[in-house]
Design a binder for this molecule. Structure first.
Ligand code: AMP
Length: 224
């Protein structure tokens, strides 16, 4: 069982790397952003509540996302482990996650913190294209799809996320600085935090993550 969290600002590559690691380790990727976007697309009540906040680049209330994660952790596929991408984003969410895991007799193995400078984040977000169906992430310049505008895997037309527009990007980076960056202090004392240089190709970054996990998985976590 492997219970992982991805931390890092918007555009750090959490979604891209989470998708790769989920396949590699055969554990589910639990992305609160993807789940919320699906709820918006499907016109679910949850989506109606979250839509305007998301488009503006603001955080959705803790109780809403906590409920989503609690439900996702209850699914049978999460018994093998999970990879959380985009959650927790506040200290209150991190505390709630600890309670959800404790209730199930589980704990976090590693928190992977992707470190990327702000100018690179802004460049990545402004050229980003997403597959609304399978969550694949592309970039107009650095990682274009094989056929322009179409997902390589399922031919779905790619979209730019409304919150990847400049105004919302600024707000999301501010939300990260004000509320989420503090989480490194929350996890550091437990010895589970691994900060990984997030600049480079997706393959390079994945290689760094896997070697940091391999080193730790063979020697065991610092604080078992
Ligand atoms: P993401 O795809 O992770 O960048 O998330 C997109 C948007 O969904 C965020 O800007 C928030 O509006 C909302 N969201 C996703 N995860 C969370 C979370 N853990 N807490 C609050 N809002 C979230």
């Amino acid at each position: 069982m492997l219970n992982l969290i991805f931390l890092g600002p918007p555009g750090a590559g959490k979604g891209t790397q989470a998708q790769r690691l989920a396949r590699r380790f055969a554990i589910p990727q639990l992305s609160t952003g993807d789940i919320l976007r699906r709820a918006v697309a499907d016109r679910m009540p949850l989506g109606k509540q979250a839509n305007a906040l998301m488009d503006a680049g603001k955080l959705v209330p803790d109780e809403v996302v906590n409920g989503i994660v609690d439900e996702a952790l209850a699914r049978p596929e999460a018994e093998r482990g999970f990879l959380l991408d985009g959650f927790p984003r506040t200290v209150a969410q991190a505390t709630a996650l600890d309670e959800m895991l404790a209730r199930r007799g589980r704990k976090i193995d590693y928190v992977l913190n992707l470190d990327v400078p702000t100018d690179v984040l802004v460049d990545r977000l402004s050229g980003r294209l997403n597959c609304p169906k399978d969550g694949s992430v592309y970039h107009l310049r650095t990682n274009p799809p094989k056929r322009p505008g179409l997902c390589d895997r399922d031919d779905t037309p790619l979209v730019q996320r409304p919150d990847d527009k400049p105004e919302a990007v600024r707000r999301r980076l501010a939300e990260y600085e004000n509320k989420t960056a503090l989480l490194t202090d929350y996890y550091k004392p437990r010895g589970v935090l691994r900060t990984i240089e997030g600049v480079g190709t997706p393959d390079e970054v994945e290689g760094r993550i896997v070697s940091s996990l391999r080193d730790n998985l063979t020697t065991g976590p610092a604080n078992p």
